[in-house]
Design a protein. Sequence first.
Length: 328
Amino acid sequence: MLRGAIDSLPPAMRLVTDYHFGWCDRDGRPVPGDPWSGKALRPALVLLAANSVSGADLDARTEGPVLRAAVAVELVHNFSLVHDDVMDNDATRRHRDTVWKVFGIPVAILAGDAMLALANQVLTEGAAPVTPAAITMLNEAVQELIEGQSLDVSFETRAEVALDECAAMADKKTAALMACACGLGALLGGGSAEQGRLLRLFGTHLGVAFQLADDLLGLTGDPRSTGKPANNDLWTRKKSLPVVAALTSDTDAGRELAALYARTETWEHADMARALALVEEAGGVAWTRAEAARRIEQALSCLYEAGLRTDPAADLAGLLRLSARRDH
């Protein structure tokens, strides 16, 4: 259904979006096989949350409100990725040049806008009606995501960022859409208000754990797995959660890292290696792993309290662990 929705875009935006998803090259030639390397985590959360509260298994191949919600959240996620690459000046994603690198910044912005508009169109159009509450839930998540991205951008020009500020940014930028995915599944799957609340909270904890793992990959991830340059977050002096944990550690290593981050000249490879060592020495890596483990436990507690169907709940727990402990 995702491809069918994107096929409805105007031709110029369809080419750019198809390229972003890995379905074609920059000239529109189809890529053989099934090349899309996206995780499809958010649509999976919609479907699993719906099945966890429903009395019967929902077929992911049958178009209906749940499937349309799954496609909508994936479109919103990819809108944010395209815009995020522009704002972060990232040249590669999924082992290929990013959209802005190939087609230019104006076209990338328009393609992201097109996916966002299409997400609302997919959610609201169809034979089976979608409740106004579902539309509101998605749009509120988009507003939170945008606020989180705005906070992330503002951190780049600030000398000091508190750890709780950085965690709040992750709550919005990453966790809001995952919480929304779980909430939409619970709502459209016929769950109770309490199940919906607990599943959204599960999505929030999963989202933060995912961001913590992502931040560690930004420091030490293998480019062959991540599809991005090695030590990308350090080269760009990004104030990610492990870095902020180190910077605010009140340690000699943290203070040395702050001085290194404050330098205006371009880093050499030795500077990057030293920064990585300082993040670990100041406790940034250890804090990140401990916080991810804490979030996993909180998320699992939400699943236990929600009184869900056993098999879908187990799948949600497995997805949680995979998302927080991954290599790409």
